[in-house]
Write a protein that binds this ligand. Sequence first.
Ligand code: ME8
Length: 560
Amino acid sequence: IANVATRDKPYYLSTPIFYVNAAPHVGHLYTMVLADIIKRWQILQGKKVILSTGTDEHGMKIQQAAWKAGNDPKSFCDEGADVFKTLAARADVSHDHFVRTTDANHKEAVQYAWRLLRDRGYIYASKHEGWYSVSDETFYPQSGVHLVLEPSTGRKMMASIETGKEVEWTSETNYHFRLSAFKSQLLDFYDQNPGWVIPNTRMQDVVQQVLQGLEDLSVSRPTERLSWGIRVPDDESQTIYVWLDALLNYATIIGYPWTPGYERLAGWPVDLHVIGKDIVRFHCIYWPAFLMALDLPLPNRVLTTAHWTLGRQKMAKSTGNVVNPFFAIDRFGVDAMRYYLAHDGAITDDSDYSNEYIIERYKKGLQNGLGNLASRVLRGKSWNVQESIQTTRYRIINDDPPGEFSRKQWALLRDLPNTVKTHMEECQVGQALKVVMDAVYQGNKYLHHAAPWYHVPPSPTHNPNTHMNVPPEFKQSPEDAEYVNTCIFICAETLRLVGILLQPYMPTKSNQLLDMLGVDTTRRAFEYAHVGADGDYGQPNVDLGKGHKGALFPPLSSES
Ligand code: ME8
């Protein structure tokens, strides 16, 4: 164990596990992609990382959806889980584990946890009475219901004020978890970890909710009402509440219950949960309370994201207001979609999804931004760059390059990796991307203003329009050569740094770019994302002439 304890704990991050009652939409894709970007970022930092995702397969909703589809629940879930797995593969989401709550080891581990909670006195049986809605699968307080007339029949009935669904007075015995006992322990924890929930506004909401008081939580349902789930150990008449079952996935997928002393090696505790803002209460109040009761260390952080809307309405499978993620990937390409989702998907405020925005981002950022800079530097026939590279190659310059424009771009590049790192440490994935893209936009401006083509002798193959001011008898002075070298160096370094930093976002395109630059595959980690870090003075490892010359981001074929 001594040996195990000193080994590094892998960085462990998770997505929620998704309900299989309907097909995935772009909101699910966003969560997966965001988690994958963070995973790849941590790998870039040299960490060992575990990413888990999966499907949430028990409960009334799934049971009913299966019946509706004329399928038995297990086959229905098998098909649903496959669709989410396929989506992860199509989106280049590099998960290490895919948990299914119907997996035998998950079910056994949940029952183990239940027994532990029960034996420690955190679970007790009690009678529960209240207004229950079968379709919402929840109890409502007296203040949450009212008398209405059923629209079709005029029959008087009690219904939920919130959802309009019929409720019935129900009395049942089920098990409760002593959530109320954890109020002060939770508040102490939030107090000691003020940055636990990102963003801070949601952290404050959580604290407020707990301050207002916690009621014990019903954690089982009568099996006659909910049979598609994990049975309560030693009481077949009760089935475990889906959220207790589901939250435990984060532990069961990495081998809970662990041999004491081995949990760190397995990855526990979770470093980061990535979730949508719709499930904050479950992850930030119930989950830490369950873990405290189980005596397990709490997750280090929870990143809660805003939602994607379509026509300003939340994208949700229950309403059918959704975008099919497979179609979107087919149309725009996986890296372009990852780029768009990371760029426009917000943490705090909701984002409205639109194909027009995707096309706009593609044109501005990828085609005219990054793709254009790459082709100007790597295929710079118009300004003779190939000839220049062959004659001067480029040398790594000292950190005081000549000329105002060069100095400005140089300073930008010098700050770039640390600025990106600062944002990523706060899980501001979109902000970090915008900083990288700004380096690209500035790179293009820099090249335009620095205009190295005026310092290169015209060649028979050159485009005369770009050499209008260069007379045929132009002789390149050593200063001209140095100037051109500086420009090529700074632009190539812009591309190299950007290529490294974009790997988490666009794994394929960024590596294609790094191939085009001739950057060795062993020199693509974050430690190389510094100006001049790849090679010694005068001997760059970047080989601009090496890679293939196709356009990195060809025009989108369907722009209408
Ligand atoms: O809640 N925009 O599963 P779920 C952005 N099984 N993200 C969205 C989104 C949207 N419009 N809609 C969904 C569940 N998501 C439970 C979780 S975890 C132990 C159990 C994302 O299929 C977002 O991350 O309803 C949200 O939290 C998740 O999908 C919910 O997926």
